[in-house]
Design a protein around this ligand. Sequence first.
Ligand SMILES: CC(=O)SCCNC(=O)CCNC(=O)[C@H](O)C(C)(C)COP(=O)(O)OP(=O)(O)OC[C@H]1O[C@@H](n2cnc3c(N)ncnc32)[C@H](O)[C@@H]1OP(=O)(O)O
Ligand SMILES: O=C([O-])CC(=O)C(=O)O
Length: 394
Amino acid sequence: MMTACEYRPGLDGVPATQSSISFVDGQNGILEYRGIHIEELAKHSTFLETSYLLIWGVLPTREELADFKHEVQTHRRLKYRIRDMMKCFPESGHPMDALQACAAALGLFYSRRALEDPAYIRAAVVRLLAKIPTMVAAFQLMRKGNDPIQPRDDLDYAANFLYMLTEQEPDPLAAQIFDVCLTLHAEHTINASTFSAMVTASTLTDPYAVVASAVGTLAGPLHGGANEEVILMLEEIGSVENVQPYLETCLERKSKIMGFGHRVYKVKDPRAIILQNLAEQLFEKFGRDHYYDIAIAMEKAVEEKLGHKGIYPNVDFYSGLVYRKLGIPTDLFTPVFAIARVAGWLAHWKEQLEANRIFRPTQIYTGDHNKPYIPIDERNGFVSDSLLPELVAK
Ligand SMILES: CC(=O)SCCNC(=O)CCNC(=O)[C@H](O)C(C)(C)COP(=O)(O)OP(=O)(O)OC[C@H]1O[C@@H](n2cnc3c(N)ncnc32)[C@H](O)[C@@H]1OP(=O)(O)O
Ligand SMILES: O=C([O-])CC(=O)C(=O)O
């Protein structure tokens, strides 16, 4: 029998599912995908191989990976109707809103819900992994007034995205580093957007609705949207000298410092450590970004003030510095996060379907009971001459 549970705002510490996809040890800064440490995957895997691992639970053989890559490659193009729809989007709109609309629009073309059919699952996985980057790049070119460019079959996943975005073939180091960024962002247990995906999935709707709802959730500044906010914050701080006064003001106002803090990690996020390292490699080859000095000063200052509360850089703190060096515009940082997280959302979608029960928690009602309905004309002391009460009583 169920016993009454204590209410925990934000479901803090409340298990909402069982999962074998990923694991976080927030005290020791450990993240594993399917039992493999993130550092190992960052060093040795690729985003598509990691996606396969997350979604199907095992590392693919050489042949399985080649087939998967080929399938993704052949589904990168967008239907002209999706491109036409995108032409109507306001160029001033946020790219996350554009992405959410585009992901949902895929459901118009592929809405058959054969959720018990492994071929349907695979086709949806391939389609979403393939088309989401094309959508992000297409929106970027279209809002500048350019036509989107077609994907290039000779470029792999990460390099092709940078090519479609910048219209230039990327430097091999830049492409490799971007691929590692995607691997790092691919999955993170039951975070807010994944939970959103799982709730949507549990209604047995189609995977495009699942991803669209997750994109909308990722966009918020307390979640994936923080990567954009971090750069805006560093711009506002402007100089290393201004770090301390900026921080003091935030603390006085009790406002959150973007890119810091985490529900689970009470130490520096292991992904932030790798991302910082990647940023340094890019700076070595392409020149230092002066915002990096501000970021380092900020990390030190926040640690001094808030380290005792377990507040350290999260994944969103250094990622923007990497993306800036790769030529990615600031408001595309969160869509880039989404490109990667599609893998995790789909892994959880598939896992949810394997043992589905609709999410329907309970609430603690704090309102009134048995209140009389006061007709609108009587709310200011007037008496109503409406016949409705008599009609209903008859
Ligand atoms: C991909 C991702 O989603 S990673 C997270 C990205 N989000 C951000 O970077 C936004 C800034 N960070 C935050 O808002 C929070 O740390 C979150 C949303 C990530 C986690 O929130 P919660 O687990 O609910 O922590 P909560 O907000 O309760 O904070 C706990 C304490 O730490 C403080 N705290 C947490 N994060 C921060 C921060 N970034 N700046 C200042 N103080 C903070 C809170 O004020 C609170 O202090 P108190 O106990 O004295 O009141
Ligand atoms: O786990 C979380 O709450 C947020 C996060 O770091 C992620 O989604 O990558």
